[in-house]
Design a protein around this ligand. Structure first.
Ligand code: ZN
Length: 340
C-alpha cells in the first residue's frame, strides 16, 4: 500500500470497499518520495516492481514476470562492500525467470529503466545499520491533510477517510441534471462507450493527467495535456478545448448542427443532459443529441488510442468515423421506423 506502483497486484482480487478506501486515502496523502532511506534488509524484501520504474523519456516495458519477482530473487547483498547489487546474469538462480532478469538488467544499464529514489541509497556503499525490516522511513514521508506526519499521529480510520471523502464530493454539474433528463439519458439506446463518456463527464470521472501527476510524478512528469503540451490536462480540455478537438467540434457543428451553435452550448447540453438548445439538425432521421454523443464518444476513443497506442489524433480521420457512425445510426433508425 505504501508503494503506488505495486498496488495493481497482490490484493486486487480481494479488494473490497475498505481496502479501496485505504488505497484511495494513501494516494491522496501528500508524500515526499525523494527522502526515505530504507535499509538493505527492507530493500531485499521489496517486490522488484517497487524498486524500479520506467522514466517518462523511455518506451521500455517492464517484463510481466517482474511482477512476481522479489528484489532478493535477482539482487544480492555484498557483505564486504555493504551494498546491494544485481546478481551475475549467468547465476543459476536466475534461470527460472527466463529472459526477464537480463531484460531488466539491460534496461537499468542503459537508463531505460531506473531505480526508485528510495532504492538508490542501498545500491551504494553504506554501513549495514539496523537489519530489521522497517518501513518507518517510508511512512514518515506521508503527511496528513493537516501537515502531521503519519508516525506522529494516532490516526483513526476517520482521519484517512477524510481525504477520500473530500476528493469525491459530487461535482456541481450533477445537481444541474434534472431527474427527467437522467431518465431520458438512461432510456436512450446508446453504445457503452457513448453512455460511459457522457456519464463520466457529468460525474467528473474522466481520467486526467493532473491526478496521475499528483500521485506518481516520476512516471507522469507533467500535468499538461499530452497532445498539445500547453494546457492543464483536465476533462474539458481533453474532450472540447484541445486544439484538435475544437477543430472536430467546429466541423461537427458546421456539418450537422445549427451553424451558430457553440462548443460551449454543446458542453452545457452534455453536462445538463438538456439538449433543448441544440434542437436543429441538418440531417433527417437523427436527433442532435445523438450526433453530439457520437462525436463525444469518437473523440474519447481517439484520445484513448493516442494515450495507449501513441497513435496521433487526426481530425480528418475522427471526422470520418463520426460521419460513418452517424450514417449507420440514421440507417438503423430508418429501419426501426419502417418496422413500426
Ligand atoms: Zn491539449
Amino acid at each position: 500500500m505504501l508503494f503506488f506502483c505495486s498496488r495493481s497486484q497482490g490484493l486486487t482480487k480481494k479488494r473490497v470497499g475498505t481496502l479501496d478506501m485505504m488505497y484511495g486515502a494513501m494516494e491522496l496523502l501528500t508524500k515526499f518520495f525523494e527522502k526515505p532511506q530504507i535499509n538493505t534488509t527492507t530493500a531485499m524484501a521489496l517486490p522488484v516492481q517497487v524498486a524500479i520504474y520506467v522514466p517518462p523519456s523511455s518506451r521500455s516495458v517492464i517484463p510481466l514476470k517482474v511482477k512476481q519477482m522479489q528484489v532478493l530473487d535477482v539482487f544480492q547483498y555484498d557483505t564486504r562492500l555493504n551494498f546491494v547489487h544485481w546478481k551475475d546474469t549467468h547465476d543459476p538462480s536466475l534461470r527460472s525467470w527466463n529472459r526477464a532478469p537480463a531484460a531488466v538488467c539491460r534496461g537499468l544499464a542503459s537508463g531505460k529503466l531506473q531505480f526508485q529514489p528510495y532504492f538508490l541509497p542501498v545500491c551504494g556503499s553504506s554501513p549495514p545499520g539496523n537489519l530489521e525490516i522497517s518501513f518507518v522511513p517510508v511512512i514518515k514521508t506521508f503527511a496528513l491533510p493537516d501537515g502531521q506526519s503519519l508516525t506522529n499521529v494516532k490516526a483513526s480510520s476517520k482521519t484517512f477517510r477524510q481525504p477520500v471523502l473530500s476528493s469525491v464530493l459530487p461535482p456541481a454539474t450533477v445537481s444541474h441534471v434534472s431527474a427527467a433528463h437522467w431518465k431520458h439519458f438512461w432510456s436512450l439506446a446508446l453504445t457503452s462507450v457513448q453512455r460511459n463518456v457522457g456519464y463520466r463527464l457529468i460525474v467528473g470521472c474522466i481520467p486526467n493527467r493532473q491526478f496521475l501527476h499528483f500521485i506518481n510524478p516520476q512516471v507522469f512528469d507533467s500535468p499538461l495535456c499530452p497532445v498539445c503540451q500547453s494546457a492543464p490536462y483536465i476533462s474539458h480540455h481533453l474532450l472540447f478545448h484541445c486544439p484538435t478537438k475544437e477543430k472536430i467540434w467546429q466541423e461537427v457543428i458546421f456539418e450537422f448542427l445549427w451553424p451558430t451553435t457553440s462548443i460551449n452550448d454543446i458542453k452545457e447540453a452534455l453536462l445538463s443532459l438538456d439538449f433543448s438548445n441544440i434542437w436543429y439538425c441538418q440531417l433527417a432521421g437523427i436527433t442532435p443529441y445523438r450526433i453530439v454523443l457520437i462525436s463525444l464518444s469518437q473523440i474519447w476513443l481517439a484520445h484513448v488510442i493516442f494515450i495507449f497506442d501513441k497513435t496521433s489524433i487526426h481530425h480528418t480521420a475522427i471526422m470520418a468515423t463520426i460521419r460513418s457512425n452517424i450514417c449507420q445510426t440514421t440507417i438503423e433508425e430508418d429501419k426501426c421506423h419502417s418496422l413500426q
